[in-house]
Design a binder for this molecule. Structure first.
Ligand SMILES: Cc1ncc(COP(=O)(O)O)c(C=O)c1O
Length: 424
């Protein structure tokens, strides 16, 4: 374990994972290379057979990307991570070591629309079946688990309903049935919610959002909490069976504590190919330097704006777990005690037309299909981010035709309120 692992979040955000030592550039260099010189034939052979750690080819590892992986693993409290090219690539990589044709997983029906579409459509083509559930229906979840089920998947704070998952209970259900809990922690970032503290086994992120924070680089990451007992669970065949491409190596024997994350990189990333670029890793690391400061400001601004909207006569309902009237307020206080990430939605009186008018009237809130940036953002989910969803899926995701989503930035909050007030 690195001595930096014991430092506080703000310090880890700036230092964790950077073990380059004296005499190296102060800034993290962008190692813009495809391949690395081997020391010898024996060295190359050892690297290829996973007998030694080191760089072969940037689809698998890259020194800049490696610092990002170690930094986010430290911020989440995990044992290792694999960075990929987007958040949806992270979903795929997280499930890849666990799944196979004919196998199933259970996912919350309150996920980001793109994740629902991915699970519903693309994964079916691999023969992976997703059961979408009300993630608060614990009995329903238990009843759905069979010998084919390989994971439970939820968002810690859902986009955009601010539903807060009861991670502790979900982890207990998962573990009772010998399967891991995967938590998408994109919306709160590890600054606000720490899924591993509550029993989650794997965390995924779209680093495109708050972790990067400036909307300049796509990225995703899978983090291994290191506590799931893969060794005792032979139904995770990829980790237990001899690997053909590594001459019969059994990941669980060779890497007893890191079989999952090593398989994710050595087979998943190698064969699926969606590696993160060195430049994006560098840019995302720059974003992480200020993650704690930004999140504090995001949280404060979000609460003020939610409170303003709740009192506004043209607003029907504000869906924001940081308000005492929210059904998730208590859970938010438990899991996200420093406040709620400011990606939330509200329903407007006046239906669809009023929504269009509001979006078009805003001057500071930019109309764009993303979240988690310094800039405040506004969008109409039913016609954009959640457009792929059917009516029933929209309903369970908490989206109506008159729903507007905000991602509150870090501008002066009075200016933001004035922008909304004028637009309303
Ligand atoms: C919660 C959540 N997870 C995953 C994703 C997908 O991330 P990406 O766009 O980086 O693939 C998003 C995108 O908005 C998201 O909001």
């Amino acid at each position: 374990m690195n001595e930096k692992d014991h430092l506080h979040f703000e310090t880890l955000s700036i230092h964790a994972g950077d073990e380059r030592g004296m005499g190296t550039p102060l800034a993290i260099p962008i190692t813009q290379t495809v391949a690395y010189r081997f020391k010898s034939i024996a060295d190359a052979a050892n690297l290829f057979s996973l007998e030694a750690e080191g760089s072969i080819y940037s689809r698998l590892t890259n020194p800049t990307v490696e610092i990002l992986e170690k930094r986010i693993a430290a911020l989440e409290g995990g044992i290792g991570a694999v960075a990929v090219s987007s958040g949806l690539a992270a979903n795929l990589l997280a499930l890849f070591p666990l799944m196979g044709p004919g196998l199933e997983f259970i996912a919350s029906n309150r996920l980001y629309g793109g994740s629902i579409a991915q699970f519903h459509e693309a994964f079916e083509k691999f023969g992976w079946h997703c059961h979408f559930v009300n993630i608060d229906d614990f009995e329903g979840i238990k009843n759905l688990i069979t010998e084919k089920t390989r994971a439970i998947f939820c968002e810690s704070q859902a986009n955009p309903s601010t539903h807060i998952a009861d991670i502790e209970i979900l982890a207990e259900i998962a573990h009772t049935h010998d399967i891991p809990l995967i938590v998408d922690n994109t919306i709160p970032s590890p600054y606000l919610i720490k899924p591993f503290l509550w029993g989650a086994d794997i965390v995924v992120h779209s680093t495109t959002k708050f972790i990067n924070g400036h909307g300049t680089s796509m990225g995703g990451i899978v983090v291994d909490g290191g506590t799931f007992p893969w060794k005792d669970q032979p139904h995770f065949q990829s980790l237990h069976q001899p690997s053909g491409s590594y001459h019969g190596l059994q990941f669980i024997e060779k890497f007893p504590n890191a079989a999952y994350i090593t398989y994710a990189r050595s087979v998943g990333l190698r064969d699926l190919g969606f590696c993160q670029s060195a430049f994006n890793a560098f840019d995302t690391l720059k974003g992480i330097d200020t993650l704690s400061l930004r999140m504090e400001k995001h949280v404060k601004n979000g609460l003020k704006i939610a409170t303003f909207l709740e009192k506004h006569p043209q607003i029907e309902k504000v869906h924001y777990a940081g308000l005492p009237g929210s059904p998730y307020f208590k859970r938010a206080q438990k899991y996200s005690p420093q406040g709620i990430s400011p990606v939330f939605c509200f329903d407007l009186k006046g239906g669809y037309d009023a929504g269009v008018k509001l979006v078009e009237n805003c001057k500071l809130f930019a109309h764009a299909a993303t979240i988690g940036e310094a800039t405040s953002l506004i969008i109409h989910p039913a016609s954009t981010t959640h457009k792929q969803l059917e009516e029933g899926q929209l309903k369970s995701a908490g989206i109506s035709p008159n729903t507007i989503r905000l991602s509150v930035g870090i501008e002066n909050v009075d200016d933001l309120i004035q922008d909304l007030e004028k637009a309303l």
